[in-house]
Design a protein around this ligand. Structure first.
Ligand SMILES: O=C(O)CCC(=O)C(=O)O
Length: 274
């Protein structure tokens, strides 16, 4: 699955970029399902039928949807992270064989799969929330010391569209100081700009990296969205993870109030079961 050199490289650099490692059809199916879901809401909110295969037209509709109904956009963005195709990949041997090969002997899901759609046109008031500053995922996940992140774009991605930038070897520097625990909190320790490596991908390429590796979003200067996926795993057999009682710092809970007040009526439910 992985050669001894690749495993050594991962240990030394804290990441490994595997070319053509994923089935392109599987990646395309995840990307398609996400766009289909957005297209339903675009139709609903903008009254516009979009061709999801016309990239520029579809993404222009994404930007218009974002501007017209921010709440629906955010909820739809969350919904596309719950797709069956994405979750199926997250538990597939296609991914888990790499995770095991890299040394995570008994993987467990660290957090639900994530999907990002990075574009400066999907941000409010010129804020930079659409891209993440330098961080280590471990500060958020707090899992096993050999916790691994699987990152891949669903479109070809290089510097222009803001593919991930990493600092080789930074995974062994320890947990750095950061402004907050969330992914959005950037490392406050000094980092040297020239240490970053720009990663580059075709569809099907995948990056495995240590949860301690310092990395950040690149700067997407294009008009297109950089669609990407992250899957995260802990190792159930890593001793400090066992000793710390398998901490699970993610809080997943329903909001207390009804999202849509006074909904539904009994008639609406009866209509469903009629
Ligand atoms: O995809 C990106 O731009 C950033 C992703 C990332 O850094 C992360 O999820 O930890």
């Amino acid at each position: 699955m992985l050669s001894a050199e690749q495993i050594d490289q991962y240990k030394k650099d804290g990441y490994l970029l595997l070319k053509g490692a994923l089935n392109k059809d599987v990646v395309s199916a995840i990307y398609r399902e996400a766009r289909e879901i957005f297209a339903i809401q675009i139709q609903h909110v903008l009254g516009q039928s979009v061709d999801i295969d016309d990239r520029d037209a579809f993404e222009a509709a994404m930007f218009a949807f974002f501007e017209k109904d921010f709440n629906a956009f955010v909820s739809t963005g969350k919904t596309v992270q719950h797709t069956l195709s994405l979750h199926r990949l997250g538990v597939s041997d296609e991914i888990l064989d790499f995770v095991r090969a890299i040394g995570v002997a008994k993987p467990v899901i660290a957090v639900r799969p994530a999907m990002q759609f990075n574009s400066r046109f999907l941000s409010k008031d010129g804020s930079t929330h659409w891209k993440l500053g330098a961080h280590q995922d471990w500060r958020t996940g707090q899992g096993s010391l050999d916790s691994v992140v699987v990152w891949f774009p669903m479109v070809p991605a290089g510097e222009e569209i803001g593919a991930l930038q990493v600092i080789p070897g930074s995974h062994t520097s320890g947990l750095m100081q950061a402004s907050t625990t969330g992914y959005a909190g950037s490392i406050t320790d000094e980092l040297r700009e020239e240490e970053y490596i720009q990663t580059e991908y075709e569809v099907g390429d995948v990056l495995l990296f240590s949860a301690f590796l310092v990395h950040r979003s690149g700067n997407n200067v294009t008009r297109n969205i950089r669609w990407s996926v992250q899957l995260r795993y802990n190792n159930l057999l890593e001793q400090t993870f066992i000793n710390r009682g398998y901490p699970m710092p993610y809080i997943y809970k329903p909001q207390e109030e009804l999202v849509t007040p006074d909904f539904p009526t009994a008639e609406q439910i009866k209509g469903i079961y009629a």
